[in-house]
Design a protein around this ligand. Structure first.
Ligand SMILES: [Zn+2]
Length: 412
């Protein structure tokens, strides 16, 4: 192996794509930078092979672009294929609705699906002169860290979580590799105690329900929504789920082998109400006090409809459980109590809360990974301040660390 080129997620969060070249080339992820719109894609490449770490759009959303003029075999886990096809299709629908063109066609997405090779965790497969292996990343169902072996070995974390959640086991890690390419999302911050955040969520729900209010949980469809359902198990029959959460939950239920407790999720999903029609959506709040719906940052989806319905009720609550990107309607709502998108603007009088149920390793988790892998070089990507994270690693762990910009190539 001789070269690593950062095509996306260099000193930024979004559009992850890393090209590794030996005699042949392999691109690890090919994602989208969703915010701000219109989405941005990684730098161009024509790899011989591709491997996807997981189904979030910032890691897979641009993958059909690789199939415009070529047909590289693309490797991923089974549930990553199902979930990424679902989310990419939806991103094309959103593009049409928002009035900016999708840079790839349905045919290119179909070609990607056709050329997908399903691989399991731990299975060795060859990419030219390199051998490759996926490790459970503990981030969302099917998520994988990717190891490439040639003269040198490389481990790319994708998005990774060291701690277990209600939905998933924590990540598995390879033994020593030469180069670690790590995500840096929480390179500078530790999460609050998980049990405390889960307790808070139950407290908010209890309070709203005892005052005959409702609770709206705007969530990411894949991973977070199922985690929230598991925490709220005892309220299952008062929950309605809407938006992409429905289809994503059905797929995740079908691939229960990736979950810590598939039976528990299946039992909960058999009790919650799936909102399927406009009429049901209109009646949902009268019948169900807890709504779990996309989109996680209120950038769209039915969550906005439910927010409009409860906005004047001081006994109701909106609870965010994930990161809110600067400039999104969700972040602005938390800061100003005003909801605003291109179509409407209104004040929200119900309780507004934010919890941290992150599916990313925090600072101490990332250092645990670095210590375990003990590489010669750490390459920091996918973070708001990758440069500072690299400097901290060199100073505290004594390992050479860099934070290349997009377009930069490293010889290894
Ligand atoms: Zn992710």
């Amino acid at each position: 192996m001789s070269k690593i080129t950062i095509l996306g997620a260099g000193q930024e969060v979004g559009r992850s794509a890393i090209l590794v070249e030996d005699k042949k080339s392999v691109v690890l992820d090919y994602g989208t930078k969703i915010e701000p719109v219109p989405p941005k894609f990684p730098l161009d490449c024509k790899p011989d092979f591709a491997v996807l770490s997981h189904a979030h759009l910032d890691h897979c959303g641009g993958a059909p672009l690789l199939f415009r003029k070529a047909k590289p075999p693309i490797y991923m886990t089974d549930v990553t294929l199902e979930l990424s096809a679902l989310l990419i299709k939806d991103s094309m629908k959103v593009a049409r609705k928002e009035g900016y063109p999708s840079p790839f066609s349905k045919q290119e997405l179909q070609r990607m699906v056709k050329h997908t090779k399903i691989v399991n965790y731990g299975e060795h497969f060859r990419l030219g002169s390199m051998s490759c292996q996926l490790y459970d990343a503990g981030h969302i169902p099917g998520s994988a860290g990717i190891v490439l072996h040639s003269k040198k070995s490389v481990f790319y974390t994708g998005d990774i979580q060291t701690n277990e959640s209600n939905l998933l086991h924590g990540c598995a890690l390879p033994k020593k590799v030469d180069v670690l390419i790590t995500e840096s999302t929480y390179g500078h911050k530790n999460h609050p105690e998980r049990r405390h955040e889960e307790g808070k969520l139950l407290e908010y729900v209890e309070e709203a329900l005892s005052n005959e209010g409702s609770v709206l949980l705007p969530v990411f469809a894949v991973g977070r929504s199922q985690e929230v359902l598991l925490i709220l198990e005892k309220y299952a029959d008062t929950i309605a789920i809407d938006g992409m959460v429905k289809a994503a939950s059905e797929i995740i239920e079908d691939y229960g082998v990736h979950l810590k407790n598939a039976k528990k999720l299946r039992n909960i999903l058999s009790q919650v109400k799936f909102i399927k029609t406009h009429e049901e959506r209109g009646r949902a709040l009268g019948k169900h006090q807890i709504i779990v719906s996309s989109a996680g940052m209120l950038g769209g989806g039915p969550a906005v409809h439910y927010l409009r319905e409860i906005k004047d009720d001081a006994n109701s609550k909106v609870v965010f459980t994930g990161f809110l990107i600067e400039g999104t309607p969700g972040r602005n709502l938390m800061q100003t109590s005003i909801f605003e998108n291109l179509d409407e603007r209104f004040e929200v009088k119900c309780g507004l809360h934010k919890l941290d149920l992150s599916a990313h390793a925090d600072k101490s988790g990332l250092y645990k990974i670095i210590k375990h892998i003990n590489p010669e070089l750490v390459v920091c990507v996918h973070g708001d301040d990758c440069k500072k994270f690299a400097k901290d690693i060199t100073e505290t762990a004594g390992i050479e660390a860099v934070a290349p910009a997009n377009g930069e190539t490293l010889e290894i």
